[in-house]
Every structure is written in structure tokens, then in C-alpha cells.
Design a protein around this ligand. Structure first.
Ligand SMILES: [Fe+2]
Ligand SMILES: [Fe+2]
Length: 304
């Protein structure tokens, strides 16, 4: 159903050849809090008029911490999902089985890496930063959708992860080196996972009637709405954290200004950059007739 040149053999070979550990990424280093962590396309701090340069850098770092947390959060469901797909043919194609088990293992490793990043941030930043709770609830909500919906969400996430690193982080030498490496090591695996998502989407979608494929896009957009709600909660926690870190108390007008910029940046990062990703849109175009238009409308509404 999908046009692609991927195979479990080449994914397995890439997974073995490019294997890394969380210690390979951290190499005993800590964050340099004199530097920003994220490019402004993701952090969205540069145009906030009520903040000084130091305060913008602090908000950028708070956003780096929440970036790691939200990734760990939204990827939580991928492990059980991939294990379920592996179990469907546990006595069948051993290459498929081994590739999918490595996929699941790599996602567990990402959780460990991202949690360690949040722990080191908490220890070094100097102020406690709130992070949205309820990761198991989000995982449960994703896994309660159809298998195609959960795979499409995964594909979207794995494509935008790559875009964030390659187009916005890789060549930005002014960003903290450890933080860039966290995104680089994540990208090494995600670039392969995105291909495996297409292999799994192909397997699942082949046996689905057209209306079920169309319905998966509607379900995906409902999940996107739930993610949007989480992002709004996290943006408020970030403003509280910035107050704690700077010792300032923002007026309502200042808080509104920060919130407006932050919601726009959060939405681009975790929703719009995926909904508009050409590879993801290409997958949806092949599976559905109206899906790509729905993605485009959602992206436009979220960018307003
Ligand atoms: Fe991941
Ligand atoms: Fe992944």
C-alpha cells in the first residue's frame, strides 16, 4: 500500500551497526547553563519583549528540560505498541522479530536518556521546574485507538524528531553541547524507526477497508487535540518555573505575552512540524483520500 524502499534487514543492520548506550551520549558531562539549549524555532523566546536576554536564556533552558520530558512522555506508549506488533508473528520471520525487539529496546533506552537529562537539569538549574504528570494516561489513550492510528502518531513523531535535529540543531554551535548530543543520539535511532513505522503501517493498512483508514486520521487529530492540552498545561508550568528562577512576579499582561509566544512555539514543535512533514503527509496521501487535507487544516488552525 505504501511506496517505500525499506526492509527489516537493512533496519536491523543499521540498528546493530549504530548501537549506542546512554553513557556514550552523556560521557560524564553536565549542561553548560551559560548557553541556550534549543534553537529559537523550538524555544520561541527571542521575540518576548518583557524578558531580558538572561531571562530568555533561562526560559530556553526550561524549554529544553520540558522538551526531554514531553518526548519521554509521548513516546511512552511506543514500547508496548511495538512489542505487540512483534508478538503477532513470534514464530515467523526472525529478522522482523529481532528488528522490532531492538526498536522497543531503543525506545526504553530513550526513556532512560531523557529521564537522566531531566534529573541532571533539575540538579544543575537552581530552581525546581514543574513537568506535566500523567504519562501512563496518555499512553493508555493512544493504545486505545486503532493500531493504524497509534502507528501514524509514531510515524509523525519520528519524522519531526529528525527534522528538529537536522534542520534546527545539528549546525547550531552556540547551543549547549550535551543537549545537542542528546538530540543527535535520539535522531540516530529515530531516522531508522521512521522507516520501521512505514513497514508496520504497510502491514496494518493492507487489510483495512478505506473507511477505517480515513477514520484513523480523525482519531489521530483527536490525539493531537489531547497533546495540545498537555502543551498548554506545560506552558503554564514553564512560566511558573521562570518566575521561580528569576525571582520576578509577572503581571497578567507579561504572562499573556509569554504564553502567546510559548504556545505558538510548543504547537509548532510537537504538532505542526509533524502535521506538515512532507514524508508524513506523503504516507497519509497514500493511505487516504481526505487525510492530507485534514492534516493541513489542523496545522493551519494550530499556527494561527
Ligand atoms: Fe524515541
Ligand atoms: Fe523512535
Amino acid at each position: 500500500m505504501l511506496t517505500h524502499e525499506y526492509s527489516y534487514e537493512t533496519c536491523l543492520e543499521g540498528s546493530v551497526r549504530n548501537a549506542w548506550t546512554v553513557d556514550d551520549c552523556f560521557r560524564g558531562r553536565d549542561f553548560d547553563f551559560a548557553k541556550p539549549f534549543l534553537p529559537d524555532r523550538i524555544a520561541g523566546v527571542s521575540a518576548i519583549g518583557c524578558l531580558s536576554d538572561d531571562e530568555k536564556r533561562m526560559l530556553n533552558q526550561i524549554r529544553g528540560n520540558s522538551y526531554c520530558h514531553i518526548f519521554a512522555f509521548v513516546e511512552e506508549y511506543i514500547v508496548p505498541m511495538v512489542v505487540d506488533h512483534a508478538r503477532r508473528d513470534v514464530y515467523g520471520d526472525e529478522t522482523r522479530l529481532w528488528t522490532l525487539l531492538r526498536f522497543a529496546e531503543e525506545e526504553v533506552k530513550h526513556q532512560e536518556m531523557l529521564r537522566r537529562a531531566c534529573d541532571q537539569f533539575e540538579a544543575g538549574f537552581g530552581a525546581s521546574c514543574g513537568l506535566v504528570p500523567g504519562r501512563e494516561d496518555v499512553a493508555g489513550a493512544v493504545l486505545a485507538t486503532s493500531p493504524l492510528t497509534a502507528l501514524l502518531l509514531t510515524s509523525m513523531i519520528e519524522w519531526f524528531t529528525q527534522l528538529h535535529y537536522v534542520e534546527h540543531v545539528r549546525d547550531q554551535a552556540e547551543l549547549d553541547e550535551l543537549f545537542r548530543d542528546i538530540l543527535r543520539f535520539h535522531w540516530i535511532d529515530e531516522s531508522r524507526h521512521a522507516r520501521m513505522d512505514s513497514l508496520l503501517i504497510d502491514e496494518v493498512a493492507n487489510s483495512l477497508p478505506a473507511d477505517e483508514r480515513e477514520k484513523a486520521i480523525d482519531e489521530l487529530l483527536v490525539l493531537g487535540g489531547a497533546v495540545d492540552g498537555l502543551l498548554a498545561q506545560q506552558a503554564e508550568l514553564d512560566i511558573d518555573a521562570l518566575q521561580a528562577a528569576t525571582g520576578r512576579t509577572f503581571t497578567e499582561t507579561e504572562r499573556d505575552e509569554i504564553r502567546t509566544h510559548q504556545l505558538r512555539a510548543y504547537r509548532w514543535t510537537f504538532l505542526v512540524s509533524g502535521l506538515e512533514h512532507p514524508n508524513f503527509v506523503g504516507i497519509v496521501e497514500q493511505l487516504t483520500t481526505s487525510g492530507a487535507d485534514k492534516l493541513s487544516q489542523a496545522a493551519t488552525a494550530l499556527s494561527a
